[in-house]
Design a protein around this ligand. Structure first.
Ligand code: NDP
Length: 444
């Protein structure tokens, strides 16, 4: 494999798709050696077939607001790779959504899903619709219109979407309702469903829980635990609140969380009723970070990122490219020993380089945040078996999966000095399983 040739061909075919190109480069650079050691990969054109999605559906989503005005958004589903199971990956509703972002996320999802040890292929989808500030009825009409197109492409054995930014339990409910009506079936076609109609316990908090379990395993390699550690988290969405809960449970103290407008610093720790307060605000689509600072007398730092706060562990859980080189240098200078990505690609490549050079324990998103999709996989298993596991059963399985993912990363990422490059480890472990399946299934 010639990385530069592959990248320059891809750039010519997809100019300007920055996030997608960044994600592909990051993966192929780390798997280059393993790829070249296995001639069957080259002979079967694995990399050329892997970096292009199987198919992409683009469609318009017309909907009517409460005043009767008609709006049109764009909808997408990227089915990236189905070698090891049905396509699986979230739907994102956010004004920034475009094809490059969905292709980057779908590509990452292939390896993440492979790492979970469960049979799931990679996909992603969404829309540039912004649910913020919309009424429930508007969100419902949008979700129904979105599903009127998407339903033709998905199914419990074909493609099983889930939530992501801007898509939580409410949106999944409205989409599921429309799917059920159109397909005339009550099946596990979406995950993140309501508890009473096929959802799994722990799913909402699974990504955050899993991220903390992964960080716990990384810390353990240095004989460390979360007990007494100061932790900084970005965002306060699905991923961040689960992480905040689990950190607190394991004896750590979360001192900062953030939103797009800045971060809040609470030296007394963000836990218990403070988390409940933020969840209430979230449920009504209200701003969280600023009101939190008024309610609990904490410091609000307008327009700043939380990475300037001194901490032992940093958990970026908001969005892509939210932690750059300067932020990484500041974290290292302040003694941060562990960074675990709750979000997808929140650290820029330059930031990752800083962490690796400084031997910081760095968990890349495709491994560290795989707990969400892993629990979605557990939801699919429960749906297929028509049964429902207890909270403890799901949590235990999630914990086991995160430990297995950690072990796989160590297996392929440990160098001669004993340092574990989790980026490399995750990419190689995730890639090998998919590549072997593609070889075995022929050129299709
Ligand atoms: P949510 O929409 O629930 O939360 C995102 C949070 O980040 C919100 O608090 C949002 O604030 C905040 N935010 C958005 N942009 C910025 C920014 N530029 N700076 C700081 N904060 C920001 O999304 P999720 O928690 O579901 O997802 C977060 C990340 O985790 C995404 O990268 C997603 O792809 C990834 N992920 C999610 C999984 C899941 O199970 N949900 C699974 C695996 C990965 P506000 O609401 O005010 O905009």
């Amino acid at each position: 494999m010639n990385v530069e040739k592959i990248m320059s061909d891809l750039e010519k075919k997809h100019p300007g798709e920055v996030e997608y190109l960044q994600a592909v480069r990051e993966v192929i650079e780390t798997i280059e050696d393993v790829y070249n050691e296995n001639p069957q990969f080259e002979a079967n054109g694995i990399i050329e077939r892997l970096i292009e999605p199987d198919r992409i559906l683009t469609f318009k989503v017309p909907w009517t607001d409460d005043e009767g005005k008609v709006h049109v958004n764009l909808g997408y589903r990227v089915q990236f790779n189905g070698a090891i199971g049905p396509y699986k990956g979230g739907l994102r509703f956010h004004p920034s959504v475009n094809l490059s972002i969905l292709k980057f996320l779908g590509f990452e999802q292939i390896f993440k899903n492979s790492l979970t040890t469960l049979p799931m292929g990679g996909g992603k989808g969404g829309s540039d619709f912004n649910p913020k500030g919309k009424s429930d009825r508007e969100i419902m009409r949008f979700c129904q219109s979105f599903m009127m197109e998407l339903w033709k492409l998905i199914g419990p054995e074909t493609d099983v979407p889930a939530g992501d930014i801007g898509v939580g339990g409410k949106e999944i409910g409205y989409m599921f309702g429309m799917y059920k009506k159109l397909a005339r079936e009550h099946s596990g076609v979406l995950t993140g469903k309501g508890r009473n109609w096929g959802g799994s316990l722990i799913r909402p908090e699974a990504t955050g829980f899993g991220n903390v379990y992964f960080a716990k395993e990384m810390l353990a390699t240095k004989g460390e635990t979360f007990e007494g550690k100061t932790v900084v988290i970005s965002g306060f969405g699905n991923v961040a609140w689960g992480a905040a809960l689990k950190v607190t449970e394991l004896g750590g103290k979360v001192v900062a969380i953030s939103g797009p407008d800045g971060y809040v610093y609470d030296k007394d720790g963000i836990s218990g009723k403070k988390i409940d307060y933020m969840l209430q605000l979230r449920a009504t689509n209200e701003d969280i970070v600023k009101p939190y600072s008024y309610e609990f007398g904490a410091e609000f730092h307008q327009g700043k990122r939380p990475w300037e706060v001194k901490c032992d562990v940093a958990l970026p859980c908001a969005t892509q490219n939210e932690l750059g080189k300067e932020d990484a240098l500041t974290l290292v200078k302040n003694g941060c020993i562990c960074v675990s990505e709750g979000a997808n690609m929140p650290c820029t490549p330059e930031a990752v380089e800083v962490f690796l050079e400084n031997k910081v324990l760095f968990g890349p998103g495709k491994a560290a945040n795989a707990g969400g999709v892993a629990t979605s996989g557990l939801e699919m298993s429960q749906n297929s078996m028509k049964l429902s596991w207890t909270r403890d059963e799901v949590d235990e399985k999630l914990h086991r999966i995160m430990c297995d993912i950690h072990e796989a990363c160590v297996k392929y990422g440990k160098d001669d000095t004993g340092f574990v490059n989790y980026v490399k480890g995750a990419n190689i472990a995730g890639f090998l399983k998919v590549a072997d399946a593609m070889v075995e299934q022929g050129v299709i």
